[in-house]
Design a binder for this molecule. Structure first.
Ligand SMILES: *Cc1c(COP(=O)(O)O)cnc(C)c1O
Length: 371
């Protein structure tokens, strides 16, 4: 197979979704699976739906277009406020979008009218993280604006915390959202079917509070994909944290001095990483670089240490591993590395149904010298 490539284990992703859906079930919260980190992969979206997600969400129109392929009927939500220039395409590929701007609502209404459809609107409320959202005091008026557009349907309210300033979802800010829902329903004589409390950062709150209130949906990406809580990047018990594996091929293996020689200035990406040790080290170069993945969040196999990465070369210290040119090494990825690998045109995307259960199965090394 070609390298570099990122392999996705669809069984693990389905199981992660199922586990979160089941845990949230008693709270009355359903799960929208968020596919933006995997560029709207239809296979991964389908795995989330098999795991019990009630619909799919993505922040980009091209990704939603991928998710909307033939035979795919799951509800799709654009989870970023639509670009004014994309109103027509948004109405075509998304059933619902998250909104904050009156001018965008008007454009969506016009586009929906021309397309002979209705488009669902979730109004986003600012609860303190200072990214998207209408001030709570303005929410009732914004709801009125949506209700006055004949081709728009007010689906509900939503909020997003943590992403911009790390603000933690809690009973207080979620309580504000619930209160607004009650107020708007009473004021306008309507009932709102969706109260979308937030993203993976809401899980800790949702699973521990006794006061879920009106929150009945979460939009979950990172927790499903990587099995971690983004507030502290800690693993969520019972979830797979290794559904994705980045595979790269070894192009040089050599024993080299531990320390560089010659006068020294900056390296390709700023200050060179500090080299420690004396004598020699066994190092390998992988055909993988910053055009493929970011260095932060790249997790090497046990016993192998990353020494540095430039645009096209990843240098590792091999320790006791026996590695030859042409071998492949398997790396774990954190969120940023996952997004970049998925986005790089140089990294092949391979989805499989859990045939390979353990990361070491995928590599030809795993032999420890002397063992
Ligand atoms: C990215 C995003 C999500 C999903 O976030 P995760 O942390 O991956 O769960 C949900 N809602 C909005 C508005 C987003 O931008």
């Amino acid at each position: 197979m070609t390298a570099p490539r990122i392999e996705s284990d669809l069984d693990k992703l389905e199981q992660n979704t199922r586990s979160l859906v089941d845990r949230l079930m008693p709270t009355g919260i359903r799960v929208t699976g968020v596919t933006k980190a995997v560029l709207g992969s239809p296979e991964i979206g389908a795995a989330m739906l098999r795991g019990g997600a009630s619909g799919l969400g993505d922040s980009r129109v091209p990704n939603l277009t991928r998710l909307a392929g033939p035979g795919r009927s799951a509800s799709r939500t654009l989870i970023r406020s639509p670009m004014l220039s994309q109103a027509r395409r948004v109405v075509a590929v998304a059933d619902v979008s998250l909104n904050t701007e009156a001018v965008v609502l008007a454009a969506l209404d016009g586009a929906a009218l021309r397309a002979g459809r209705t488009h669902g609107i979730v109004l986003m409320i600012e609860l303190g993280d200072l990214r998207e959202g209408i001030a709570p005091d303005d929410a009732a008026d914004a709801a009125r604006v949506v209700l006055d557009h004949p081709s728009l349907r007010l689906v509900g309210l939503g909020a997003n915390l943590a992403c911009q300033n790390g603000v933690v979802p809690d009973d207080r800010n979620m309580g504000v959202l619930s209160g607004l829902v009650d107020d708007i329903e009473a004021l306008h004589g309507i009932s709102l079917g969706t109260v979308s409390g937030g993203n993976s950062a809401n899980l800790g709150w949702a699973l521990s509070t006794g006061a879920v209130g009106r929150i009945d949906e979460l939009r979950l990406g990172e927790a499903i994909l990587l099995g971690v809580d983004p507030l502290h990047r800690t693993p969520i018990a019972g979830l797979h944290t290794d559904a994705f594996t980045l595979i790269a091929e070894v192009i040089e293996v050599a024993t080299k001095p531990a320390q560089p020689w010659g006068d020294r200035a900056q390296a390709a990406y700023g200050e060179a990483p500090v080299r420690t040790g004396i004598g020699t080290v066994r190092q390998a170069i992988l055909a993988l670089g910053r055009q493929d993945v970011e260095l932060d969040g790249l997790c090497p196999p046990d016993g192998i240490t990353i020494l540095g990465m430039s645009s096209d070369h990843l240098v590792v210290e091999l320790g006791d591993h026996l590695v030859a040119v042409g071998d492949e090494l398997a790396f774990g990825v954190a969120y940023g590395a996952l997004v970049q690998a998925m986005t790089s045109p140089f990294v092949a995307k391979v989805e499989h149904l859990g045939r390979h259960t353990q990361r070491p199965d995928r590599v030809h090394l795993a032999e420890v010298s002397g063992g």
